[in-house]
Design a protein around this ligand. Sequence first.
Ligand SMILES: NC(=O)c1ccc[n+]([C@@H]2O[C@H](COP(=O)([O-])OP(=O)(O)OC[C@H]3O[C@@H](n4cnc5c(N)ncnc54)[C@H](OP(=O)(O)O)[C@@H]3O)[C@@H](O)[C@H]2O)c1
Length: 250
Amino acid sequence: MDLYLDAKTAVVTGASQGIGRAIAKQLAAEGVTVFATARNRELLDSLKQEITRAGGKQPLLFTQDLAAAAGSEQIAAAAQEQLGQVDILVNNAGKSNPLHPLAPEADWQQSMVLDFYRVRQLTEALLPHFMERKEGVILNLCSGYELKNLNASAVAKAAVVSWSKALASELGPAGIRVNCLQPGLIDTDNIRPFFPGRERQLFAEREIPLGDFGSPEDMANMAAFLVSPRARYMTGTVAVVDGGLRRYPF
Ligand SMILES: NC(=O)c1ccc[n+]([C@@H]2O[C@H](COP(=O)([O-])OP(=O)(O)OC[C@H]3O[C@@H](n4cnc5c(N)ncnc54)[C@H](OP(=O)(O)O)[C@@H]3O)[C@@H](O)[C@H]2O)c1
């Protein structure tokens, strides 16, 4: 299926590894010029090599700590300067942050800043550009939010979902779509430390109807569809890619 993404441009945060890297690769393969940003320059360089080797569209790289005070403004300014026009924003950067119920304030702040405030601020920095053109697509990576254990990132991502839904309804008339993409358990560095040894397999057999963790490419396939014109009638939704992990009590 042609996703009609050829010649589009996209900003992808957290593109150095995991889900963001897979999204950057998938979009580049579809002919998108990707503005790939993260902190780890070596990984971004290797992403560029990988994309080039696979015959994808050459990405632009930008090394930036998103959590830094002006992190989102720096990314938005550089992306607009280097891409000219920005068609798509994928807010993917984030970090799992399991916390004790009485964790210090600073630990909560860390997740709220990276996983919610910077997502909102980067979006807001690009919004005038989208609004002027009456066109733009925003995809926010979120997370499961009904978790057994406290995780500050999941709490921040719940805010992302609530904000995204309201934003979608505000911006629909301006031609701008906003959606969320919710992973279940995807095999990345973010998750691996929590399931050492055989625990991943045992957990997957017990809890995931499709029997294993997902891959970053499973997420990238859905991401590419959601940001494409093929999803033109989708906004304000949360697409779940989780092998059936999310279940209801009845
Ligand atoms: N994997 C899962 O099962 C899962 C489940 C629920 C939600 N998620 C969400 O999905 C998204 C991607 O997760 P992932 O599993 O792919 O994680 P990952 O493999 O750990 O990758 C996270 C990405 O975010 C970037 N990042 C982290 N902190 C940053 C900072 N301060 N400034 C700039 N970039 C930063 C990292 O790049 P650098 O280190 O190079 O900066 C990296 O590229 C996250 O938002 C995560 O919360 C994932």
